[in-house]
Design a protein around this ligand. Structure first.
Ligand code: DGL
Length: 279
């Protein structure tokens, strides 16, 4: 796929860009955790959500695969749905593709995700932070640079969670509990004593959807941190700076969902987690 610069303004009626939807995508249902925060922070905006369910999960595939899928999905949102901005609601896709997406659409606000290491440094009291994320995210250069920049400020224990996003994608509760237990046991001891992990970063957008199960495993002294609210605030900032906020009006309490594979699980998950009408 070409990575040449393309205009984000190439559809008729560019003057009404503020009223266009914000495109949000993930490999599957995980980005709904980000969409929830976006809808709370930006109640007047319209959203179109794309789940690449036919190709999920991304986290255990190579960078080239995730990059190609991210390009295809972003193109669908920008050119097919006229998105005025993109939120890459996936840590894995952000690490593999955001630089290429920004080069492709230089005029389009594009917000990505990274595991919330900085907020975790601010929150920890023991100085020990666990990070749950996909294999792809933890292996990425982007994450390694973030980790290296903060390594002097806390001890980070990094844990790839193979199979957890896939179990969440299938809404398979026994498998979700089994995978969460496996990876939280593997990461080490949790608690508020010196040397114990007191802060756990949910570095994949799927994981906040099962935070009650994860919280039950690690105990009440542990603070779980995800990136949803920070990304929603950043999206608000970049839309404001670009003059693209939709003027206040009656909220369009309906989310448009699209998927490359079956939408049945996605619709169920959206009703369950967003508590709203979906189209
Ligand atoms: N939800 C995505 C992330 O934040 C990807 C999960 C997956 O597809 O493996 O990393």
């Amino acid at each position: 796929m070409s990575t040449a610069a393309a205009s984000a303004d190439n559809t008729p009626g560019a003057a009404d860009r503020p009223s266009r939807p914000i495109g949000v995508f993930d490999s599957g249902v995980g980005g709904l955790s980000v969409l929830k925060a976006l809808r709370e922070a930006l109640p007047h905006e319209r959203f179109v959500y794309y789940a690449d369910t036919a190709h999920a999960p991304y986290g255990e595939r190579g960078d080239a695969y995730v990059l190609a899928r991210s390009q295809a999905v972003a193109r669908e949102l920008v050119e097919g749905h006229g998105a005025k901005a993109l939120v890459v609601a996936c840590n894995t896709a952000t690490a593999a593709a955001i630089h290429v997406l920004r080069a492709t659409w230089p005029d389009l606000p594009i917000v990505g995700l990274e595991p919330a290491l900085k907020p975790a440094v601010a929150a920890t009291r023991t100085g020990c932070i666990g990070v749950l994320a996909t294999r792809g995210t933890l292996a990425s250069r982007k994450f390694q640079a973030l980790h290296a920049a903060l390594a002097g400020q806390a001890r980070f224990v990094l844990q790839p969670c193979d199979g957890l996003a896939a179990a969440i994608e299938r809404l398979d509760t026994p498998e979700i509990v089994a995978a969460s237990a496996r990876w939280t046991v593997a990461i080490g001891r949790f608690g508020s004593e010196p040397g114990q992990i007191d802060t756990l970063v949910l570095g994949c957008t799927h994981y906040p959807l099962v935070s009650p199960q994860i919280a039950a495993l690690v105990g009440p002294q542990v603070t779980l941190i995800d990136s949803g609210e920070a990304v929603a605030r950043q999206t608000e900032r970049v839309l404001r700076a670009a003059g693209l906020l939709r003027p206040p009006q009656q909220a369009d309490d309906c989310v448009r969902l699209h998927a490359s594979g079956s939408t049945a699980t996605l619709r169920y998950a959206a009703r369950h987690w967003l508590g709203t009408a979906v189209v």
